[in-house]
Design a protein around this ligand. Structure first.
Ligand code: GBH
Length: 491
């Protein structure tokens, strides 16, 4: 007898969407083909190659621009319910502005969407996953309040062209990574490193951009097209290192600085930025001699525009940390934190390490994160829009560590469903190996391996792809399932 999920035979409901996710710059390649305009990742990788670990670019990436049929074939092999991908803004609008539409770019996405629909795979589209048109960056990018208008114009083009067939929209992927990593530090393009100011300025403008695109959909498209529109925010699990009051307080502050900064204005009852953080930054700003707080305020009108502006809460979730009031707690590499808060990270030695320094297998972290968000934000509808595990390029096809991670994560998903959390779907990051931003091709997240030394970028299923396929087929997690990995088929 095969030992199924340890608890009992728990099933994923038939209407629970299981899928995979990718992002345009990470997979498409064809960076200057058929009229595509330059974006900030083209610009960064071409002009500052030292910023990328292996000096690589996404010029070809996984060559998905030329692989529509193979990409959809992989989705069919896995038996996906849903595939989440993003659109390249500058492929659709080469200058970033809506005066000129690049029909070849629109055509690529039409072919992809139509091929998916032919096989009953639901498209979930992210409008923006970090590849801002370069000209818009030169005009200030998300530090410029006009960015919300440029984004709304772009969203109108997108809904108009694809909304007849696409019913699941995500405006923006991970405001934290855009703003803190891109504007407040040097971890993502445009590596502005405007530490004191950049994160908050960007946060406000990104939230307003999202809200405008959301209301545009609601007011002008939803009646005809009948879809839903939300945002994706990265939210990892933060639990107190000890049960002390100080560690509990530090943990809550850490949550506010990580995801609350972006979630609170949309999903909280009162709207606006998290209060404790606002107080801390205001006080520090005054001490530092600024005539105003570095964290901008919303006008009443802006606050109301943003508050409640999402049909669901998309969560990208990868890992967890224990948080301490003591800054010097960890001996394992830990991730950079917004400099306005001072708290410590702890990662227990027994949590398995991936190829990414920030990513360990943190037990029950999905359940912990979603129960927190459910309570704090009044029971929204959730999708896990990303979750995944990296291995080094040399690991090849036998990825038992990735299998262990996905099984544990999906058990945690079932715990959420048992607890009544309104979680509607789960997307594994990623369908295939891709350009991992400043890590280049040194970290691999794919269920399918991509051979980056071959110009055609052929894809080969890893062992984890077979295991994921079986979970999709059976709708249960069988921890003893050993796949036959010799032939991948379409069932
Ligand atoms: C996701 O973000 C992205 O949406 C996806 O594009 C990406 O491929 C995937 O992660 C895997 O990395 O050294 O400061 O950069 C997840 C959020 C990504 C945030 C990694 C922290 C590392 C810290 N995290 N990042 S830093």
């Amino acid at each position: 007898c095969s030992a199924l999920s340890t608890k009992q035979q728990r099933r994923f409901p038939d209407d629970f969407l299981i899928g995979t996710a990718t992002a345009s710059y990470q997979i498409e390649g064809a960076w200057n083909e058929d009229g595509k305009g330059e974006n900030i990742w083209d610009y960064l990788t071409h002009n500052n190659p030292a910023a990328v670990k292996d000096g690589s670019t996404g010029d070809i990436a996984a060559n998905s621009y030329h692989n529509v049929e193979r990409d959809v074939e992989m989705m069919r092999e896995l038996g996906l319910d849903v595939y989440r991908f993003s659109l390249s803004w500058s492929r659709i609008l080469p200058s970033g502005f809506a005066n000129e539409i690049n029909e070849a770019g629109v055509d690529y996405y039409n072919r992809l969407i139509n091929e998916m629909l032919k096989y009953g795979i639901t498209p979930m589209i992210t409008l923006f996953h970090w590849d801002l048109p370069q000209k818009l960056q030169e005009l200030g990018g998300f530090a410029n309040p006009l960015a919300s208008i440029w984004f709304e114009d772009y969203a109108r083009v997108v809904y108009t062209n694809f909304g007849d067939r696409v019913k699941h929209w995500i405006t923006i992927n991970e405001p934290r990574e855009i703003c803190y990593e891109g504007y407040g530090s040097v971890h993502k393009a445009p590596i502005l490193n405007a530490t004191a100011i950049g994160t908050y300025l960007c946060a406000k403008n990104v939230l307003i951009a999202h809200a405008k695109a959301y209301h545009l959909y609601n007011n002008e498209f939803k009646d005809k097209q009948g879809g839903q529109c939300g945002i994706t925010i990265s939210a990892n699990s933060f639990r107190p290192f000890t049960d002390s009051e100080e560690d509990h307080a530090a943990t809550e502050l850490r949550r506010q600085a990580e995801f609350g900064l972006y979630a609170e204005p949309i999903f909280s009852e009162e709207g606006g930025f998290p209060k404790e953080l606002v107080e801390i930054v205001a006080e520090k700003s005054a001490k530092e001699g600024y005539p105003w707080s570095r964290i901008p305020e919303f006008t009443d009108e802006e606050r109301e525009l943003v508050r409640g502006a999402s049909d669901f809460f998309g969560v990208n979730h990868y890992t967890g940390f224990l948080v301490s009031a003591n800054e010097q707690i960890s001996d394992r590499p830990t991730i950079p934190i917004l400099p306005d808060i001072t708290v410590g990270n702890y990662i227990p030695p027994e949590w398995p390490q991936s190829a990414s320094y920030w990513l360990t297998l943190s037990p029950d972290s999905i359940y912990d994160t979603l129960t927190y968000l459910q309570k704090r934000y009044n029971d929204p509808i959730f999708y896990i829009t990303e979750n995944g595990w990296s291995s080094p390029p040399t690991n090849g096809l036998l990825d038992d560590d990735r299998i262990r991670y996905y099984r544990a994560a999906l058990e945690s998903v079932l715990d959420c469903l048992d607890a009544g959390i309104r979680l509607k779907g789960y997307m594994a990051w990623s369908l295939m190996d891709n350009f991992e931003w400043l890590e280049g091709y040194t970290e691999r997240f794919g269920l399918y391996e991509v051979d980056f030394s071959d110009p055609a970028r052929p894809r080969t299923p890893r062992k984890s792809a077979f295991v994921y396929k079986e979970i999709l087929r059976s709708r249960v997690i069988d921890h003893d399932y050993e796949p036959n990995t010799t032939v991948m088929t379409i069932d």
